[in-house]
Design a binder for this molecule. Structure first.
Ligand code: NDP
Length: 250
C-alpha cells in the first residue's frame, strides 16, 4: 500500500541521474520527503525540482556529497535539515563501473575508485544510518547491487567484485538486524539504460549505446518501481532480494 510512504523521509544517494533520480521522483509522487545526494549539485537540484512538481506538500533537500570521501560522509548528518532528520528509508544507489578491461590492464586508480564508491562509500553511509535507525527503532536500508553481484562476466572483474561485496555486506547485515524493526533489501538489476553505460565507456556515447544492440534494456523507472514496492510492504515483510532482468537479457 503506497499510502504507507506518505510523510516518510527517504535518503537517496546518486539521485542526480538514472535509477536514483527516478527513485527520488517516484517516492515524491507517493508523498515522501526526500534528501537527494550526489556530487553534481546542479543535477540534484534539477531532480529535486521535479520532486516538488510531483508533490508540492513534501519537503526536499539536496546535499552535494561524494560518498567515497569519508571526510564528507562524516559531515552528512549535519547537512541534513533539522526537519528531515527523522529518516525512515535509505537507498544506497550511488555506484558505477569504469571500463571493460581485463585484469592486467585495469588501472589502480579505477580499481580504487570503484571500490571507494560502490563498497566503502556504501558502507560508510550505511553505518551512519544503521545507528540512527537503531535509535529510532525503525528503518529500511535498500542497497543497489546488480546482476553483477550474482554473476561474474569477462571484463567486469572489479565491478563484479564490488557488487558481490555489496551482496555479501547486505545479506550479512540483514541477518545482524533480524529481530529488529530495521529492514534490509538488495536490488539486483540487469541492464538498465542510464548514464551508467556512458560512464563505463568514459563518455563514449556510441560505445555505450552498442551495449543494448539486440536487447530491450530496462529503464530507470522499472527499478524505481521495485524499490518503492519493497519500501511500501507492511512493516513485518522484508523483501530481501529483488532480481530484475530485461526479458531478453540472458
Ligand atoms: P547513473 O550513472 O545513471 O547514475 C549514478 C548516480 O550515482 C549518479 O547520480 C551519480 O551522480 C551518482 N554517483 C556516482 N558516484 C558517486 C559518488 N562517489 N558519490 C555520490 N554520488 C555518486 O547509473 P545508474 O542509475 O544506472 O546506476 C545506479 C546504481 O545501479 C549503481 O549502483 C549501479 O551499479 C547499479 N546498477 C546499474 C545497472 C545499469 O545497467 N544501469 C545494472 C545494475 C545495477 P554524480 O555523478 O552527480 O555524483
Amino acid at each position: 500500500n503506497a499510502s504507507r510512504l506518505v510523510g516518510k523521509t527517504v535518503i537517496v544517494t546518486g539521485a542526480s541521474a538514472g535509477i536514483g533520480a527516478a527513485t527520488a521522483i517516484l517516492f515524491a509522487k507517493g508523498g515522501s520527503n526526500i534528501v537527494l545526494i550526489a556530487r553534481r549539485k546542479d543535477a540534484i537540484d534539477a531532480v529535486a525540482q521535479q520532486c516538488v512538481t510531483a508533490h508540492k506538500q513534501s519537503d526536499f533537500a539536496t546535499i552535494q556529497l561524494d560518498v567515497s570521501d569519508k571526510a564528507q560522509v562524516a559531515t552528512l548528518w549535519d547537512k541534513i535539515p533539522q526537519d528531515l532528520r527523522n529518516v525512515d528509508i535509505l537507498v544506497n544507489n550511488a555506484g558505477f563501473v569504469l571500463g571493460v578491461e581485463h585484469v592486467g590492464d585495469i588501472k589502480d586508480a579505477d580499481v580504487e575508485a570503484m571500490f571507494a564508491t560502490n563498497v566503502l562509500g556504501l558502507i560508510s553511509v550505511t553505518q551512519l544510518f544503521v545507528r540512527h535507525f537503531k535509535e529510532r527503532k525503525t528503518g529500511h536500508i535498500i542497497n543497489l547491487s546488480s546482476v553483477a553481484g550474482r554473476e561474474p562476466y569477462a571484463g567486469g572483474s572489479i565491478y563484479t567484485a564490488t557488487k558481490h561485496a555489496v551482496h555479501a555486506f547486505t545479506a550479512s547485515m540483514m541477518r545482524e538486524l533480524v529481530n529488529t524493526p530495521i529492514r534490509v533489501t538488495e536490488i539486483q538489476p540487469g541492464m538498465v539504460e542510464t548514464e551508467f553505460s556512458i560512464v563505463r565507456f568514459r563518455g563514449d556515447a556510441d560505445a555505450a549505446k552498442k551495449v543494448y544492440d539486440g536487447l530491450q534494456p530496462l529503464v530507470a523507472e522499472d527499478i524505481a518501481e521495485e524499490i518503492v514496492w519493497a519500501a511500501s510492504r507492511p512493516p513485518h515483510v522484508n523483501l530481501a532480494e529483488v532480481f530484475v532482468m530485461p526479458v531478453n537479457q540472458a
